[in-house]
Design a protein. Structure first.
Length: 267
C-alpha cells in the first residue's frame, strides 16, 4: 500500500510533467497563457525550471503552490518505465493525459491514508483500508490501462468514509458547519474554528491569522492568498501541500508534520 511519504512530489524523479501537461491562463498565478500539452517556455532541456529560484517574482506563484501528490515520479519511473517523453515523443500524449488521472488517485489516497491514521477512525478501519486498496490498485494500472480508470466512481466510493472519519474526529468539538460557504476576504483572524467543517469553502484572501483550526475539516477548501500567519493547523484534517503553498504564513504557523513549509512564507 502506498504510504503518505510516497504521495509527495519528487521532481528529481520526474520528467517535468507538470510543466507540460496542464493548461494555465494569464492571471495572478501565471504570467502568461499556456495550452495543455505544450511545454512551459521556462522549461530547460534537462527538465528543470530555468526560473525556479524566482518563480513568484516572475509571476508564477501558481507553480510554487502546485503539488502532484507524487504522481509525476510514479508515472515517469513506474507507469512508463523511466522512458522520457522527449526521447520517446510517441509517449508524450498518453503520459500527459495520465497525469490528471494519477494525480487524482494519489490525492484520494492522501485523504484515505490520513483518515486511516486517525485514532477515532478505528470503527472505519476495515472500510477505509478496502477503499484505499481499490484506489491503489487503480493507481498501479499499466500505461495502456491508466486512462480507463473510473476515478469519479472511486471518489464517490470514498466520499462517505472520509466524511464519517471527519465527523468522528470532530465529535467532541462544537465547531461550526461552514462547508461550501463563500468566505472569500472575510476577517476571521483569531477565530476559534476548532472542529469546524470548512470543506469546499472559499477562503480566498481571507484573514485567518492566529486562527485556531485544529481538527477543522479543510477538504477542498480554497486557501489561495489566505493569511495563515500564526494559524494553528497542525491537527487540521485533509490539508494538502497545494493549499498551504497557495496561502501566506510565517514561522508561527503550525502545519501537519508531513507537509513542507513553503519557502515563500515569512520568518
Amino acid at each position: 500500500m502506498t504510504e503518505r511519504g510516497d504521495l509527495r512530489a519528487d521532481c528529481g524523479q520526474c520528467f517535468a510533467l507538470c510543466c507540460v501537461a496542464p493548461a494555465f491562463v494569464r492571471s495572478s498565478d501565471f504570467a502568461n497563457d499556456k495550452p495543455a500539452g505544450v511545454a512551459c517556455l521556462h522549461l530547460a532541456p534537462d527538465h528543470r525550471c530555468s526560473i525556479h529560484s524566482r518563480l513568484r517574482a516572475e509571476g508564477f506563484a501558481g507553480c510554487t503552490a502546485y503539488d502532484c501528490f507524487g504522481a509525476g515520479q510514479r508515472l515517469a519511473q513506474q507507469t512508463f518505465g523511466g522512458r522520457d517523453w522527449r526521447t520517446h515523443p510517441e509517449l508524450a500524449g498518453p503520459m500527459m493525459a495520465a497525469l490528471t488521472v494519477l494525480r487524482g488517485l494519489h490525492e484520494l489516497l492522501w485523504y484515505l491514508q490520513e483518515a486511516r491514521s486517525l485514532p477515532s477512525s478505528t470503527p472505519l478501519a476495515a472500510q477505509l483500508g478496502s477503499a484505499a486498496g481499490r484506489v491503489e490498485k487503480a493507481a498501479a494500472s499499466p500505461a495502456h490501462r491508466i486512462l480507463d480508470v473510473e476515478i469519479d466512481a472511486l471518489r464517490a466510493d470514498a466520499a462517505p468514509l472520509l466524511r464519517e472519519a471527519s465527523r468522528l474526529a470532530r465529535a467532541d468539538l462544537e465547531g461550526p458547519d461552514l462547508s461550501d460557504q463563500d468566505l472569500a476576504g472575510h476577517d476571521l483572524h483569531d477565530a476559534d474554528l476548532r472542529g469546524a467543517c470548512l470543506r469546499g469553502s472559499s477562503l480566498l484572501g481571507s484573514d485567518l491569522h492566529d486562527a485556531d483550526l485544529r481538527r477543522a475539516d479543510l477538504l477542498g477548501a480554497d486557501l489561495r492568498g489566505a493569511d495563515l500567519r500564526g494559524a494553528r493547523l497542525r491537527e487540521a484534517l485533509y490539508l494538502t501541500q497545494t493549499q498551504v503553498g497557495g496561502a501566506r504564513g510565517d514561522r508561527r504557523t503550525s502545519i501537519p508534520v508531513d507537509l513542507r513549509r513553503p519557502s515563500h512564507w515569512t520568518d
